[in-house]
Ligand binder design. Structure first.
Ligand SMILES: Nc1nc2c(ncn2[C@@H]2O[C@H](COP(=O)(O)OP(=O)(O)OP(=O)(O)O)[C@@H](O)[C@H]2O)c(=O)[nH]1
Ligand SMILES: [Mg+2]
Length: 690
């Protein structure tokens, strides 16, 4: 692929609700610019962007693809993100490296929740954006109505720079308000605006020119004096008001019919910022904050925004070069790891392809193979000019499953496979939960987890079984109690003898503490560590329900020893048993994790959501409604939230979202605790029978 210098690059993200047509729009870009000879289809699994086996099977995008579109001597790196909310992590990674966004809505459905979420993220990342009313060819397509749904949602001013030329099956092109020309089909050639559209176009043009004039005092003055601006002036003004986020230009298209795509590319080239004029990234350097200048001769600054692992192609690392240039075989410094990595080839990604290039200039995006130590979110730079680039915040996980290997052979592969999958995905993580002895995989929703497990099976050939995760309860005590135990085995051979008296008391700020309060040398302090070892074993295994014990102070205050038969192992047993007895006497209870949950839903769904929360032992902390959306914050036990993604989705037609994080632990109400204890007792009994 050709070399593109910084001012000839655009990094533009496509984001929207699933199904608004992002992936097909990429097909249209490639076809209309002559990069492909025919457009691929979602149904046939033949698009450039959705090349992954699971994407083809599910007919939705699951990860962000880079689609470079070469047009007017500019390379637009189009980042095609997945719209399904489970895969929001992919959108966030792409937002981090984009300089602008095109947000799509379906001309029939208007603004849907996935686009709302993307809209809010663009605001958070301060990204200039376009609104594209796509699928204008659909039966029931309605430009005005679709636009209204966005106006109802956001206060940002929307400013059409195009009007649809016809609608539904009559949608034939766009009326362009910048050039005041009509563009049929793809839009390669201009013609006069049809007579019946003239008035509407004039009126819309007025609003556009007014908006553009707000961008700059000189333009405003000229506009006030002469009442008009040239196309070039409108574009200049528009660029400024779009970049500041004051206005969002509105465009129209039908991706699958390739209508409007060329004018959309023109707008990206003319109005969206190049890396030169985009908002600058601030890095942490040796001497404090450093603003990254997107120049080839500046010290190297690279952010790693995506990693893929594939057993055949190997590891692929996606980079955005913020400053400096890179070429094949370059040596770069990984600031996070403190090591040097050597690049092999340097490539421009296009879907699954890697097109080798000789140099990547400041501002561009590329992919390099086989970086062993480098992961997503790392900074690569010049060893003599160390830098750290900012990392975006990813949401906390919302959904968990417990995993177990299908066979013995799988058990050896499972952890390495999970580690590699999680390396690819910033919203996926796994850990071994000691409290429940389960391997937990957590992510954003059931689809997210399902995809991950299928990938583990197909990419790494590891068989995985899914189970409901157990809640990581803890056991603790609510009063003090004392107990003694004598361990004695003195029949035949060498004997064992140890007697321990101990007292347990509740500890609120610590998991465990131990004091040695034996007076007069009833037992030697050298047995202290054996006694503690016995106690620690029980702390891990639990006493009443098989969950770890926490919040206990143990004081050993008396005991007995035998001159010959006392030995460490005897005191370990005595300590263990005395501790169990004491715990049982100290009014033990179960603790459960309580989450802080924030739920955002359309106002109309609020009644249902509150009613449902009532059945989940929720304690409402706050509630507010703004612009038709209600936000509830509540403390809810984790047990009640394990499958909440699915419930909330069906309760709100997919329009509800939530986040949650661990807040504190609380005692499980007695009747619920009893059920957990009974289940444990039953399990222990059935194990004994086996
Ligand atoms: N009528 C019509 N259908 C379209 C158009 N663009 C896409 N489609 C169809 O809409 C469906 C979804 O298109 P995609 O391009 O996969 O949508 P997406 O936004 O990438 O969806 P996600 O990857 O799930 O976020 C497919 O069946 C397309 O064929 C369009 O302009 N008009
Ligand atoms: Mg897609």
């Amino acid at each position: 692929m050709k070399e593109y210098s910084t001012e000839k690059i655009r990094n533009i993200l496509l984001a929207s609700h699933s199904g608004a047509g992002k992936t097909i729009l990429c097909e249209a870009f490639l076809h209309a610019t002559g990069a492909t000879t025919r457009m691929g289809r979602i149904e046939d699994g033949t698009t450039v962007s959705d090349f992954d086996e699971e994407e083809i099977r599910r007919t939705i995008s699951l990860s962000t693809s880079v689609i470079p579109v070469e047009y007017r001597d500019v390379k637009i790196n189009v980042l095609d993100t997945p719209g399904y909310t489970d895969f929001i992590g992919e959108v966030i990674s792409a937002l981090r490296v984009a300089d602008g966004a095109v947000l799509l809505i379906d001309a029939v459905n208007g603004l849907e929740v996935g686009t709302e979420i993307a809209w809010d993220y663009c605001t958070r990342f301060n990204l200039p954006r376009f609104l594209l009313v796509n699928k204008m060819d659909r039966e029931n397509a309605n430009f005005r109505k679709a636009l209204q749904t966005v106006e109802d949602y956001s206060e940002t001013r929307l400013i059409p720079i195009q009007l649809p030329w016809g609608e539904k099956q009559d949608f034939k092109g766009v009326i362009d308000l910048l050039s005041m020309k009509a563009y049929k089909a793809q839009g390669k050639t201009a013609e006069e605006i049809p007579a019946d559209m003239k008035d509407a176009a004039e009126e819309a043009r007025m609003k556009l020119v007014e908006a553009a004039a707000e961008g700059d005092d000189v333009l405003l003055e000229k506009y006030l004096e002469s009442g008009s601006l040239t196309e070039e002036e409108v574009i200049r003004g528009l660029t400024l008001v779009v970049q500041s986020g004051d206005f969002v230009p509105v465009l129209v298209s039908s991706g699958s019919n390739e209508i409007g795509v060329i004018r959309l590319l023109d707008a990206m080239v003319d109005i969206m910022p190049s890396p030169l004029s985009a908002a600058k990234i601030v890095a942490q350097g040796k001497a404090g904050e450093e603003i990254l200048e997107p120049k080839d001769n500046a010290p190297l600054a690279i952010y790693v925004w995506k990693t893929t692992a594939d057993p055949f192609v190997g590891k692929q690392t996606f980079l955005r070069v913020y400053a400096g240039t890179i070429s094949p075989d370059a040596r770069v410094w990984n600031q996070n790891k403190g090591i040097e990595e050597r690049l092999g080839s340097v490539n421009v990604p296009r879907g699954k392809e890697s097109l080798p290039v000789k140099v990547i200039h400041a501002g561009d995006i590329c992919v390099v193979p086989k970086l062993t130590e480098t992961s997503t979110t790392h900074t690569l730079c010049d060893k003599n000019h160390p830098l750290t680039l900012p990392v975006p915040e990813y949401p906390t996980s919302l959904y968990q499953v417990a995993l177990s290997p299908k066979t013995q052979a799988d058990s050896t592969k499972i952890s390495s496979s999970l580690t590699r999958l999680c390396e690819e995905d910033m919203t996926l993580s796994w850990h071994f939960q000691t409290a429940t002895k389960q391997t937990i995989l957590q992510g954003m929703g059931d689809q997210h987890i399902d995809v991950a497990i299928r990938r583990a099976e197909s990419k790494f050939q590891v068989g995985i079984l899914m189970e409901e995760p157990k809640v990581p309860y803890q056991e603790t005590i609510t009063k003090s109690a004392s107990a003694m135990y004598r361990h004695k085995k003195q029949t035949g051979g060498s004997g064992q003898f140890g007697e321990v008296h101990l007292k347990v008391s509740p500890l609120t700020d610590k998991e465990f503490d131990f004091t040695w309060d034996v007076f007069g040398g009833a037992i030697s302090q050298s047995y202290s560590s054996s006694i503690q070892k016995g106690i620690q074993g029980v702390m891990k295994e639990g006493v009443i329900a098989g969950y770890p014990v926490s919040g206990v102070l143990v004081s050993v205050y008396d005991g007995k020893e035998h001159p010959v038969d006392s030995k460490p192992v005897a005191f370990e047993v005595a300590g263990r048993e005395a501790f169990k007895l004491a715990i049982k006497d100290a009014a033990p209870v179960l603790l459960e994790p309580i989450m802080l949950v924030k739920i955002t839903v359309p106002e109309a769904a609020m009644g249902d959501v509150m009613g449902d929360l009532n059945t989940r032992r929720a304690r409402i902390q706050g509630m507010e409604t703004q612009k038709g959306r209600s936000v509830v914050t509540a403390n809810v036990p984790l047990t009640e939230m394990l499958r909440y993604t699915t419930t909330l989705r069906s309760m709100t037609g997919g329009r509800g979202v939530f986040s949650m994080e661990f807040d504190h632990t609380e005692v499980v109400p007695t009747h619920l605790a009893q059920a957990v204890i009974d289940a444990h007792t039953k399990e222990m009994e059935s194990r004994k029978e086996e």
